[in-house]
Design a protein around this ligand. Structure first.
Ligand code: IMP
Length: 200
């Protein structure tokens, strides 16, 4: 547990969906949670790390150098889909896989096709999320969590985003796109990693 008087938290993202999640999660703490925009920070972040941890730390350190960030706790996440049959691809390249502007319908279909010969356990896959924190004294922390599933034989579900329609969760008989946002947050990689960071 970190003993501190930290009232301002900046979450290094421009994604409103992620901001909603983190605000909900930190609602019971006496802290002000700001997006980059709300903190008045506009900075370009070069995510050239080889692991989720490296990229999440790059995000918090880049933002932490801005004068508007001084004295605040900076949080960031980095996440992606790992498919075991594809040697854990797309992994840290999940957003850029097949090109940033390629639709997820095409990306998802391409993954399903690459697994056309894979059956049962060979289809195992997971979403990974790493949350990094940069504290005002310069210390950094990271937490990591996953949600395990299997690549489905077809897309299913209309909630969520990105690769959600192809990560099938056998125990829920649907994909992460078939869960409500509340259900997904309760069991997702991001929800779990954020809760771990909140504890720290
Ligand atoms: P970043 O963490 O914002 O750099 O992007 C990670 C990428 O991984 C996203 O653009 C999605 O393609 C994928 N991803 C991460 N989490 C999820 C999720 O919960 N559902 C679907 N796709 C996800």
């Amino acid at each position: 547990m970190i003993d501190c008087d930290m009232k301002r938290v900046i979450f290094a993202t421009s994604n409103e969906g992620k901001m909603k999640e983190i605000r909900l999660l930190l609602a019971d703490l006496d802290v002000e949670v700001l997006s980059l925009k709300e903190a008045g920070i506009s900075v370009s972040i070069v995510e050239d790390g080889e692991t989720f941890e490296e990229n999440a730390l790059i995000k918090v350190r880049t933002v932490g150098m801005e004068k508007e960030a001084q004295g605040a706790v900076i949080l960031a996440d980095d996440s992606g889909l790992e498919v075991d049959y594809l040697n854990k691809a797309p992994g840290v390249y999940s957003a850029r896989y097949m090109g940033e502007d390629t639709s997820y319908t095409i990306k998802n279909q391409a993954i399903i096709e690459q697994l056309s010969k894979a059956v049962g356990e060979e289809r195992s896959a997971r979403f990974v999320c790493v949350i990094a924190a940069l504290l005002p004294d310069g210390r950094t922390l990271t937490t990591r969590a996953t949600i395990e599933g299997q690549i489905g034989y077809r897309e299913e579900g209309s909630n969520g985003f990105g690769y959600d329609p192809i990560l099938y969760l056998p125990e829920y008989h649907t994909t992460t796109a078939g869960l409500s946002m509340e259900e997904k947050n309760r069991i997702s990689h991001r929800g779990k990693a954020l809760r771990q960071m909140k504890e720290r």
